[in-house]
Design a protein around this ligand. Structure first.
Ligand code: AMP
Length: 570
């Protein structure tokens, strides 16, 4: 069974193509959104999802979130005594989704289509693939998130030519893609984005504002637990403002109470610099696609952060029309990934659609520019595959050594748009031996091939001899080798995962502990007693005892959560 997975910064989702439609699969708590959080539980087992998110506040040293931002780097994230790479933490999320799907479908899930931001670099894509392997999934394809959103909207089923713009603002990334559907071929004409702009930045902006408003000491920023709690309150306020005109953010700490009233207009004012940053990638994508916005047939919203009314208004202003948002924006990418899984499994209904995509960055090598007979300017970037070329793409360019006496050609591969190679990201290096006379007899052909998964291969051929060297992209410190993956797969498989069937109660306990830390006085005392009682009921392992206890405990938490928001000063 092939599944579609949206591996998000904030939340992840899994969906299948079944009976001619895409369907989201809920996790063991019944939610389709699984927070992309991992935590190590008190007994050393791994917790994924909502329980792990609760523990970000109570056990920040044992919990991690937003690691998608570090994919493709060699950053180690330490949880307790163990260091994890971002792809290992992502693998734990994928494994949990895979378990949910297997439980729901009653059959093994071995293959997946995983979505990535269109702007993900080569290293980030490889890391995502490695995460899939580490989770025991064959990653059939990586699919750009905006392309997935288009598939969910059935854009591929339209009869006439259609041009679409997908505006995808997630938790941590912003992607804009211009798609063109023509004769059953869906082509991504251009994509642009910002890897460091998303809903979390709106939260960070409000947190700053909260500090200013309450004239709070910056020392609070060193208190991870306090910052987590404040972040959660601000996140709740941000969401509330998507439906209500105003809200209040409150937090208490050791007897000090802080609050800030906020309405939608104020929120928009503080976040104006973030809103302004949405404009540039939209313009860049339209310019690269050579398409004025008036020629777009539709604008589609994706990503949870597009629920913010200020973002919708900004989109409507930019395009002079209302965007399409019939499908839940946090679900649209996963649903599209399932459509792609259906395409992959050669479902008859989708048989004819051809998908194309584009290379998000220009890919090229460093060259020297001849200024006069004997003077050169070195280190210029010469693109071989231009940004937004439709993939798969293979391009060749011919190069000549600077001197006849040169016996070795060093080819450095870069990705980026800067004029000078050093200002771009270096992907690797290739060395090729040169026989005498290369300059006059053909030079060297450098071929770049970029496949549908956004993976790059390079090849250099000396025309005189026909000698070819395939580009050996030298060990990027951020990437895992196949051996590393196999070793880490074994290590991850040995980790104890918290049992699925206990997740609901485990999540309730984690939530109870988080609330306990937030409360004070008698409410806190009362909750402390109830936590112990609930733990005792769980220890009986008798469903007749713990099922009603679980229901009552959940109700108490709902009440306390509501109260603590309204009356934080007890
Ligand atoms: P995604 O990566 O697509 O799951 O998007 C997650 C982002 O959407 C997070 O930053 C959330 O805070 C944000 N988000 C989700 N629901 C809402 C909402 N109702 N209002 C505002 N932002 C939301």
């Amino acid at each position: 069974m092939i599944v579609g997975i949206d591996l998000g910064t904030t939340n992840s989702l899994i969906a299948v193509w079944e009976n001619g439609a895409a369907r989201l699969i809920p996790n063991s708590l019944g939610d389709v959104l699984t927070p992309s959080c991992v935590s190590i539980d008190d007994d050393g087992s791994i917790l994924v999802g909502r329980a792990a998110r609760e523990r970000l506040q109570t056990h920040p040293q044992l919990s991690a979130a937003a690691f998608k931002r570090h994919m493709g780097s060699d950053k180690q994230i330490t949880l307790g005594k163990r260091g994890f790479r971002p792809e290992e933490l992502s693998a734990l999320i994928l494994r949990s989704l895979k378990d949910d799907a297997e439980a729901a479908l009653g059959q093994p899930v071995t293959e997946a289509i995983i979505t990535v931001p269109a702007y993900f670099s080569d290293a980030q894509r490889k890391a995502t693939r490695a995460a899939g392997q580490l989770a025991g999934l064959k990653v059939e394809r990586l699919l750009n998130e905006p392309t997935a959103a288009a598939l969910a909207y059935g854009i591929h089923l339209r009869d006439s030519e259609s041009k679409f713009l997908i505006f995808d603002l997630g938790g941590g990334t912003f992607d804009v893609s211009v798609l063109d559907l023509f004769d059953n071929v869906m082509e991504v004409r251009a994509s642009a984005g910002d890897n460091y702009l998303g809903g979390e930045d709106f939260v960070a902006c409000l947190v700053e504002r909260f500090f200013e408003h309450n004239k709070m000491s910056t020392l609070y920023k060193n208190d991870a637990g306090f910052m987590q709690r404040l972040g959660a309150q601000v996140e709740a306020a941000k969401r509330a403002l998507s439906d209500a005109a105003s809200t209040t953010i409150r937090i208490s700490d050791n007897g000090a109470d802080f609050a800030m009233e906020l309405d939608e207009a104020g929120f928009e004012k503080y976040c104006a610099p973030l809103l302004a940053r949405l404009r540039d990638p939209v313009e860049r994508a339209l310019r690269d696609a050579q398409l004025p916005s008036t020629e777009l047939d539709n604008v589609v919203l994706a990503g949870g952060a597009t629920r913010m009314p200020m973002v919708r208004r900004m989109v409507a202003r930019m395009f002079g029309r209302f965007p399409a948002c019939d499908i839940n924006p946090d679900e649209v990418v996963a649903l599209g990934a399932a459509v792609q899984a259906g395409l992959k499994a050669k479902d008859a209904a989708l048989d004819e659609v051809v998908m194309t995509d584009v290379a998000p960055y220009s890919l090229g090598i460093d060259t020297s520019m001849r200024l006069s007979q004997d003077s050169y300017s070195h280190g210029h970037f010469d693109p071989i595959i231009e940004r937004n070329s439709v993939v798969p793409v293979s391009r060749v360019k011919r190069y000549f050594p600077l001197h006849d006496s040169q016996r070795q050609l060093e080819i450095n591969v870069f990705q980026g748009e800067a004029r000078m190679a050093a200002d771009n990201i270096k992907l690797g290096q290739l060395q090729i031996a040169l026989p005498a006379g290369v300059r006059d007899e053909g030079g060297v052909d450098v071929r770049f091939t970029y496949d549908v998964n956004g993976l790059l291969q390079a090849e250099a051929t000396v025309l005189k001899t026909g000698d070819t060297v395939s580009l050996l992209i030298e060990g990027n410190p951020g990437l895992l080798s196949e051996d590393d993956i196999a070793r880490r797969f074994a290590a991850l498989s040995a980790l104890k995962i918290h049992p699925r069937e206990q997740m609901e109660n485990r999540t309730l306990l984690a939530r109870g502990e988080r609330l306990y830390q937030q409360l004070r006085g008698s409410a806190r005392e009362h909750l402390g007693v109830q936590i112990v009682r609930f733990e005792q009921a769980l220890e009986t392992q008798d469903k007749h005892q713990f099922a009603p206890a679980s229901k009552a405990f959940a109700q108490l938490l709902d009440e306390l959560e509501h109260q603590s928001f309204l009356q934080p000063n007890d």
